[in-house]
Design a protein around this ligand. Structure first.
Ligand SMILES: C[S@@+](CC[C@H](N)C(=O)[O-])C[C@H]1O[C@@H](n2cnc3c(N)ncnc32)[C@H](O)[C@@H]1O
Length: 235
């Protein structure tokens, strides 16, 4: 879905910054397609794997280890395409969310496109409902999670501390007004995982046609049908 959105909204991007880019799932193919790509991540382990992959693929990838909540990204530099597919659902609180968005705004110019991923507050419900059999642990987890959401009663965002990284959820239908209130133009909001992954045996042309259908359904279906809510913004 992300590549579908990149192709739709930023087909001519020459420079890209992947914030929370991990092992380069998006950064490496973007570099392979000829873009000048920077990848930032808080984890040195992920960065090392991205460097290794870039070497194996023979592409140039600029990397930066940084915590997007506290560190500067690229002072004075802007990018045609910005991906932030991770850090926005690992925020401790709303201040972190606003901080990431203001950092993104700083590296955008007037034609830039940024693609952001949020985690829906219905993610656990969706995941459980897709299981062929729901066992007692699934039931307990889902009930606990929904009790937690109801108790936190916190508006647009729900923040959950975890031993490794915090997890933040959003109420999908409220994300667009929030981003507009910060001055962004919201181009698209798509529930990204209306379907599970395509089988690797599927033909490429079938996958392309199917992804277009998933995109249309993700836009028109109620947003609680997807776990990841992908938002395309401009400045
Ligand atoms: C769920 S992974 C997503 C990876 C990749 N963007 C993708 O979509 O496949 C989230 C990534 O965000 C990174 N991350 C989390 N918090 C971060 C922060 N504060 N600053 C920079 N990176 C962060 C993690 O290290 C991890 O690699």
């Amino acid at each position: 879905m992300t590549f579908h959105l990149i192709e739709k909204y930023a087909p001519n991007a020459k420079t890209a910054c992947d914030i929370g880019g991990a092992t380069g799932v998006y950064a490496i193919p973007l570099a392979l397609s000829g873009k000048d790509v920077c990848l930032c991540d808080i984890s040195q382990k992920e960065i090392d794997l991205a460097i290794q992959k870039a070497v194996e693929c023979g592409v140039k990838l600029q990397v930066k280890k940084c915590d997007v909540f506290t560190d500067d990204l690229f002072l004075g530099k802007t990018f045609d395409l910005i991906l932030c597919l991770g850090p926005l659902y690992h925020c401790h609180n709303e201040r972190d969310v606003r901080e990431v968005l203001s950092k993104i705004s700083l590296i955008m110019h007037s034609g830039s496109v940024a693609i952001l991923a949020f985690l829906s507050k219905y993610a656990k419900l969706n995941k459980t409902s897709r299981k062929t059999q729901i066992d007692k642990d699934d039931m307990r987890n889902l009930i606990n999670f929904h009790n937690f959401i109801n108790e936190s009663n916190s508006g647009l965002f729900i923040f959950r501390e975890k031993p490794e990284l915090p997890i933040s959820y959003v109420v999908p239908e409220q994300i667009s007004p929030f981003l507009k209130s910060l001055g962004f133009i919201v181009e698209d909001v798509v529930a990204a995982d209306v379907f599970e992954k395509c089988a690797p045996t599927a033909e490429y042309s079938e996958i392309v046609r199917f992804t277009e259908l998933a995109y249309q359904l993700g836009r028109s279906a109620k947003l609680n049908d997807g776990n990841h809510i992908i938002v395309v913004i401009k400045k």
